[in-house]
Every structure is written in C-alpha cells, then in structure tokens.
Ligand binder design. Structure first.
Ligand code: FES
Length: 177
C-alpha cells in the first residue's frame, strides 16, 4: 500500500537543501507547483476568483519558474486559479502532496512600490496601499498575519506575510509600513 505523505505546515522550520512533503497544485500542463496558505479570494485587491499562492521556496525547473514568473527570491504575482475555468492556463486540476527540495527561505509576492512614478504602477499601488494601510498598527499574535491567518516569515529582521506582503515589527508585533 502506498504511504500517504503528511505535508509540512506553516510552522515547519525549513533547511535549504533538504526535501519535504509539500502541498502542490497539479496544473493543466502537468507541472506540480508548491502552494502555501489557504484558498481565498481578494475582492479588495481586484481578484474575485478563489485561488492559491505559489510557495517559491521549493525547486522548480527553469521552464516552470519562467512560466509562473517566479524570481530568484521565490517571489511571483502569478496566482493559481482554484475555480474551474477551462480556458485558463493557470487553472488547478487537483491538489497533491509531493516531495520537494527547499532551495531558498524567501517567497511571497512583489507588491507595487509606494513611490511608483509610472501611471500604471501608481494606480496599482493606490489600490494595494489603500488596502494595506487598513492593517497598520494591528496586532500580530504568534506571528500570524491578521489578514487571513497565514504564518508570517522572518526576513531581514521583519515579519513578512508570504501571501500579500503585510509586514510586522518583530519586537512590537504590530503591522508596519
Ligand atoms: S494573508 Fe494576506 S497579507 Fe497575510
């Protein structure tokens, strides 16, 4: 009988170079993309469809990182659609657990800059930071993000949520800019 793998959870301390059982989205093109957090929609950020975010801490072939626009820090703004939409290239077929090698400890999204100068980036930033600033000063208990309860990851001495990049002061445990 095939053993059932229990996937890591958000509290697992990862070591680069080690392999772990990870929740993956099997995509229409057959690729297995590690995911993190729960399925959700972000209507306030303009994403009404339910989706998962990519966990860029695990190894993926170059063709896949290029397709899903995962950068050298494991960050991407591509989301994986959980709603069945036949024509979407980034639509999930099923969720599986697979052994994946940890290649870095960073992941998350690339939010627009607060100081964006181009019109398009500025407009994107306005919506994002209007949403972000509603969380300023909110408490962060046990490193859990006050948005959707995702475990925040420590990066350069700051707690950062890998889903939508809310940041918290590690000492004061509150959301900061
Ligand atoms: S779950 Fe959205 S920023 Fe943390």
């Amino acid at each position: 009988m095939k053993a059932v793998l229990t996937p890591i959870d958000e509290t697992t301390q990862l070591t680069v170079g080690k392999s772990y059982p990870v929740r993956c989205a099997k995509m229409k093109d057959g690729s297995l993309i590690p995911i993190l957090g729960k399925k959700h929609a972000d209507p306030e950020l303009g994403v009404v469809g339910e989706h998962y975010h990519i966990d860029g801490r695990f190894f993926l072939p170059k063709s896949v990182t290029e397709k899903y626009q995962i950068d050298d820090e494991g960050r991407t703004n591509v989301i994986l659609c959980a709603d069945e939409v036949d024509i979407d290239w980034n639509c999930i077929v099923e969720l599986v657990v697979k052994q994946k090698k940890c290649v870095r400890l960073t992941t998350g999204v690339n939010p627009p800059s607060r100081e964006a100068t181009s019109i398009w980036a500025h407009l994107k930033g306005l919506k994002y930071y209007k949403w972000y600033d509603k969380f300023l000063g909110k408490e962060v208990n046990e490193n859990i993000c006050p948005h959707l309860g995702t475990k925040m990851i420590e990066h350069d001495g700051v707690l950062v949520c890998p889903l939508h990049n809310l940041k918290a002061c590690k000492k004061a445990k509150i959301i900061i800019k």
